[in-house]
Design a protein around this ligand. Sequence first.
Ligand code: FAD
Length: 390
Amino acid sequence: MDTIVVAGAGHAGTRLAAALRESGYSARLVLAGEEPGLPYRHPPLTKNYLGGELEEDELHFHPATFYRDNGIELINQRVAGIDRAGRAVRLADGQALGYDHLVLATGARNRRLGVAGDDLRGVLSLRTRQEAAALRGALATAKDIVVVGAGFIGMEFASTANRLGHRVTIVETLDRPMARLVSPQSGRRFTTLHELNGNRLIFGNGVVRLHGDPEGRVRAVELDDGTRLPADLVLVAVGVTPETGLARAAGLDVADGVVVDEYLLTSDPHISAIGDCAAFPHEGRRIRRESVQNALDHAGLVAARLTGSRQPYGKIPWFWTEQFDWTLQIAGHPDGHTASELHESAGGVFSHQLYQGRRLIAVESLNLPDDHFAALQKLSDAGEPILEAG
Ligand code: FAD
């Protein structure tokens, strides 16, 4: 193989480039990312970067010398098109780049709220380093903060803003926070945690409109029961959609994500897809996961395949969230659990085991990192391969 091109320089793409070199791939390697600057980590954006404890240059995966020293051609440009027949990509500046294998690691984009007023000034989103910097600036002067969406991003942002002295209102259409990834019991614990710290959570209500002043700045959030919440900063955190534009335009199979097989190959054998954008087979259906662990494990698997070791993907998922002084780690997926056991210890820390029938499907560990790693082992003993920590 003479040239591998990676489109997208986030967690998955950057890890893939490094892993290819670690696995002995020595030919041309291009990492093309549309964002300016060096590739960076996302998790601190809602946590210690937003909190002011970490500066922008501390977000980078690697210094610039790493890419030079490892012969990784880092190009800050969008991949604008794929010529599958000619096996070449077109960059935003028009330049064509041939490839033997192309890897799509294009991630996901934040959803918009899609109601009147969602383009007012003061209505912000959080995905990229630039958006996090804008939020950090806005927090310095904000008085009334409303978060729309009680997922990981919204809850973590609300916790950091609270730590900075703000009292935040979180609005969520469902009846609990982080409903997609954590159990109702853990969701309740985090609701209480926020409330004890002065944040307010409103469940079961949607936002119907944002109101602004004559200067175009947001002033209030209107809910579907007519409530108007004063707001001069609104964070919209209502989930993401996979970035599939490039794949779709190139005629690859796309569903909710770029469709790949168990080896993370798309419908074109010369193109793989990894990370948030990839929809892969899992227990008879096709899923996507939005986590660092998934991005890193996908990258490891494709690097191994491209350097001669072909294996199907079957890692146990794990996630974490940090809010206030609490870290919840989730091994496995709580979806569809039918029973659970909560083992609580002094200080409120707990290990929560979730079962489907008699099968252990997930373990949630609150401030118990050792239990989390033991849980991963236990889940792996139960039939799935152990995950390799990133
Ligand atoms: P990304 O890291 O998003 O990278 C995709 C990159 O591709 C982007 O830079 C994008 O601009 C670029 N791109 C898109 N299209 C093109 C194109 N055509 N050409 C070139 N470049 C392109 N996960 C956890 O597990 N734990 C956490 O605590 C956690 N915290 C998070 C906090 C925040 C604020 C955010 C936004 C996410 C967090 N996540 C967390 C999720 C995690 O960051 C993602 O799952 C992970 O980044 C996915 O990696 P990826 O490479 O698939 O996508």
